[in-house]
Ligand binder design. Structure first.
Ligand code: GLN
Length: 545
């Protein structure tokens, strides 16, 4: 069977769940036994997502082979339950870099190298490489942004060329938004009509339209889009807002999307099995008990709006673990900087069942996070530190328990007398020479889990693989003093003796990981560390009541 490609493009506006739609389409096909994989195309000049602003672009996700990429790759992993790799992501920058390097190496045989066809050809090469690498029957290809943007024209051109060559193997899905303006009180289809026309002008006709909206799309509007956009009304799939993204595949099936796609791609019809997912959704809907978890961060404000995409994997991991414990998480944003200026508000942390200090960079907000960590340690509030969060837990412990005055991470205070978090030796030249893109300690590394610790109890194993993204590490020069004072090192990288997990005893839960467990948490398989965190919260609540 030849590989099938499903391109997913956005109409009208971004941020309406194109990634979730792509993942969900993949999921319903995977549930029929097809081997499905996905690829994300990001129309940025940045070569990878590592150098993009998390407020503008959202979380930087990291694959096991160490690529810093778009958060949608995280969605694919969470929906498909299989790891993605470098091949599953490309940016405009990466494409141009390859073409220019090839030109410099005379790999075009001295020909004139042009934007068209050489750029689309490189894009097609990458798409096919991903399909081959993943041995995919079906590859979902999500094109970032919306149609009509200058930046994604060359990607649409590549998709058009692929369709021209093998029309039966290529399908186009447009995810569009249907607004219901309050004053009008009616779902409007015109923006979608314009978006389809724009796509048509790139030589592409959508085979399916995913109609995103606050409410389900009704029959008259389906018919309108059908007539004006030139596709059958059965190919307009209703996609209303829902409480959890994991319900989207089940919703799509209500409009028989899986069968429509199999027919269009001339695939033999297979039956779906979304049994486990249905069970998860039913259990979420039945859960009544709540847990209130605060997340202390700084990457969420832009102008007057708060965006929470910067920590999406952390949020999802907290949901997975809470659901497994039959609780509904209420996740609240806490602005680290406020806790820096005003220590009085620390007592508000009593309103939370648990606190997460996620990853981060730089000085801004770090003292606020340290204050929060100190308060949670003293007040016995369960707290989980991730990457920078773990590093600041070590700083807090050093300052207040090991009496290392003004201890800090070199990242935030280069003159600290106690650099308990130091820059990794091999990173010094990277920083000096400004080799800053893609040079952190990235991807999956092993971690030996020490017997008899909270970490070991969580994992039930003594060797695990976890994903990383950092330049700094716990300074082994100071570790003895910290350990003597009671800091437990419960995870170590065996090759390089790097501290991977720390915890303290005599606390309901005070644990930090140098790695990012949130990247590998799945809806049906919550990450053990998050699960242990949730269990400690629930146990503490039970004891209190
Ligand atoms: N800034 C810290 C480091 O580079 C932590 C990074 C992170 O939280 N991802 O080590």
């Amino acid at each position: 069977m030849s590989t099938k490609y499903i391109f997913v493009v956005g109409g009208v506006m971004s941020g309406i769940g194109k990634g979730v739609a792509t993942s969900s389409i993949g999921k319903i096909l995977q549930s029929r036994g097809w081997k499905v994989s996905a690829m994300k195309i990001d129309p940025y000049i940045n070569v990878d997502a590592g150098t993009m602003n998390p407020i503008e672009h959202g979380e930087v996700f990291v694959t096991e082979d160490g690529l810093e990429c778009d958060q949608d790759i995280g969605n694919y992993e969470r929906f498909f339950g299989v790891p993605m790799h470098r091949v599953n992501y490309m940016t405009t920058g990466a494409v141009y870099q390859t073409v220019i390097n090839k030109e410099r190496n005379l790999q075009y045989g001295g020909k004139c190298v042009e934007v068209v066809p050489h750029i689309p050809e490189e894009i097609i090469r990458r798409i096919k490489t991903a399909a081959r690498h993943d041995k995919a029957d079906i590859l979902m290809v999500e094109i970032g942004g919306t149609v009509g943007e200058y930046q994604n024209m060359l990607f649409l051109e590549a998709a058009r060329m692929m369709h021209l060559r093998t029309p039966h193997d290529v399908l186009f899905v447009m995810v569009s938004y249907l607004p219901v303006p309050e004053k009008i009180g009616e779902m409007k289809t015109k923006p979608t009509q314009y978006a389809v026309r724009t796509l048509n002008s790139a030589g592409i006709q959508p085979d399916l339209i995913i109609a995103r909206g606050e409410t389900p799309i009704d029959k008259p509007r389906k018919q309108k889009i059908s007539v004006f956009c030139n596709l059958s009304d059965q190919d307009i799939i209703s996609a209303p807002d829902i409480t959890t993204i994991y319900e989207v595949p089940l919703n799509f099936e209500k409009d028989k999307l899986g069968d429509r796609i199999q027919d269009k791609l001339k695939l033999k019809r297979r039956k779906k099995d979304l049994h486990d997912w249905g069970k998860l959704i039913r259990s979420i809907k039945r859960s009544r008990k709540q847990v209130r978890i605060g997340i202390v961060g700084k990457y969420f404000a832009t102008g007057n709006f708060s965006l929470t995409d910067s920590y999406i994997s952390v949020l999802e991991a907290l949901k997975h673990a809470s659901w497994a414990e039959r609780h509904i998480p209420e996740l609240v944003w806490l602005n680290a900087e406020l806790y820096e200026k005003n220590r009085k508000i620390l007592k508000n942390l009593q309103d939370f069942d648990g606190i997460v200090v996620p990853g981060g960079f730089g000085k801004r907000g770090s003292e606020g996070k340290i204050n929060v960590i100190e308060y949670c340690r003293k007040e016995r509030i369960p707290i989980l530190g991730l990457c920078y969060g773990m590093q600041l837990m070590v700083v807090e412990f050093a300052r207040h328990i090991a009496k290392m005055k003004n201890a800090h991470s070199i990242e935030s205070d280069s003159k600290t007398p106690y650099p308990v978090i130091d820059v990794m030796a091999e990173q010094k030249s990277n920083i000096k020479e400004k080799h800053l893109g893609g040079t952190m300690r990235l991807g999956s590394y092993s971690c030996k889990v020490i017997k008899g610790t909270v970490a070991e109890k969580a994992y039930q194993k003594t060797m695990v693989q976890e994903r990383h993204r950092h330049r700094y590490e716990v300074n082994n020069k100071h570790i003895d003093r910290l350990q003597r004072k009671g800091l437990v090192v419960s995870g170590i990288n065996p090759e390089r003796k790097l501290v991977e997990i720390i915890e303290i005893t005599d606390h309901p839960f005070f644990l930090g990981t140098q790695f990012h467990p949130e990247f590998t948490s799945l809806p049906l398989q919550p990450h053990p560390i998050f699960l242990a965190f949730l269990k400690s919260i629930i146990k503490k609540r039970r004891n209190a009541s």
